[in-house]
Structure formats: C-alpha cells, structure tokens
Design a binder for this molecule. Structure first.
Ligand SMILES: [Zn+2]
Ligand SMILES: [Zn+2]
Length: 188
C-alpha cells in the first residue's frame, strides 16, 4: 500500500511518554480494570502493562502462553494523550474483558460483544482511530508471497495474519481465485 513508509526521524519527531505520564496511564488502566471487574463480576487478576508497542496501533491486548498483557504505543500516547486515555485504555481493557467472558477465539475482535463491553465501560465502541503519525516511528510491514490461479501477489503481514487466523480470504481481482500462501521461501 502506498502509505507505507520507512521509519524516519525528523525535526517533528515525537518523544515517547515517560515516567509521570506512564504512571498516569497505569492508574487509568487499573481504574478501568477495576470498573470492569465490578460491572462484569470478574475476579481480580494481574494484567501487566507494557509501553513497548511501535507502529500504527495505539494499543494491543494479547495473550501469550496463557498470560494476558496490554501494550501501549508511547509515541501515539505522547501526541494524543487525552484521546489515548479516553479511548485506547478502555479499548484494550474491553479486549481483556471480552477475552475473560467469551474467549478471544469465540468472538470477532471488535464484534458485538466487544462493542457492548465498551458501552458498559462508558466508551465509544470505535475500532480504530485515524491518527496523524508523522514524526512517529512507523515500521514497514513485512510482505508475504501469495499465489492465485493467474499470478503472484504480495500481501502485508496484517493481512497475512488475518488469513492465518481464518478471519479473511482474499480473492484475486483478475481470476477471482483465492490467494494461497506460497510458502516461507526466502522468509525467515
Ligand atoms: Zn482492538
Ligand atoms: Zn488471479
């Protein structure tokens, strides 16, 4: 896609949030988690928060080896602090709640269940925000080789992952055949 850019640092480079603002984000996350536990009757459990997310996403909820974690993008938080507190924090907490209530595999990431949780948390259930990312380091997405009936295609890693998770099938515009992963040849 044409909006892909190499990481760049220029005069407008955004500095990531640091100590005091991170503390504030941690407090807001914990407060939101506490509210969620009350509303949904969830048992208290630790959800570690990291500020290690880069790229276009402001936040991410993930479970790795059975352990949940919330990751925030300290550059996007720096530029859109109020908005991130108001939206990204409940957004990720809502993913956690949805995971607890339904299991991540049983619902669409921003489906009806997640939206309902967002509303009950008092947040607007929008899936993504359109941020101006100039000055924020953005990683170039890896490309993956796919084939259809007629030619070769190159697919972004987010689409590739969507296909692997069974969330999407992409069709060739010319032959209308499904794109099939051509394998890890040449890819680490
Ligand atoms: Zn999300
Ligand atoms: Zn084709």
């Amino acid at each position: 896609m044409s909006d892909e850019r190499e990481p760049r640092f220029n005069a407008m480079t955004v500095r990531p949030i640091e100590g005091p603002q991170m503390q504030r984000v941690l407090q807001e996350t914990e407060a939101c988690l506490q509210r969620a536990r009350g509303i949904f009757g969830l048992q208290k459990s630790v959800v570690p928060v990291f500020f290690d997310l880069r790229g276009r996403a402001a936040g991410q909820y993930r479970v790795s080896r059975g352990k949940p974690r919330i990751r925030y993008n300290p550059w996007i938080f720096a530029r859109y602090f109020t908005d991130s507190i108001a939206n990204t924090v409940p957004h990720e907490v809502a993913h956690y709640v949805t995971d607890r209530l339904y299991g991540l595999r049983n619902v669409r990431p921003h489906g009806a269940e997640w939206q309902q949780v967002m509303r009950l948390l008092g947040a607007e259930p929008r899936a993504t925000a359109r941020y101006d990312l100039s000055g924020i380091p953005v990683r170039r997405q890896r490309r993956f080789d796919y084939r259809c009936g007629c030619s070769a295609h190159s697919i972004s890693s987010s689409r590739h992952n969507r296909i692997l998770r069974g969330e999407a099938v992409y069709l060739c515009r010319r032959c209308h055949g499904p794109l099939v992963y051509a394998g890890a040849a040449g890819q680490p």
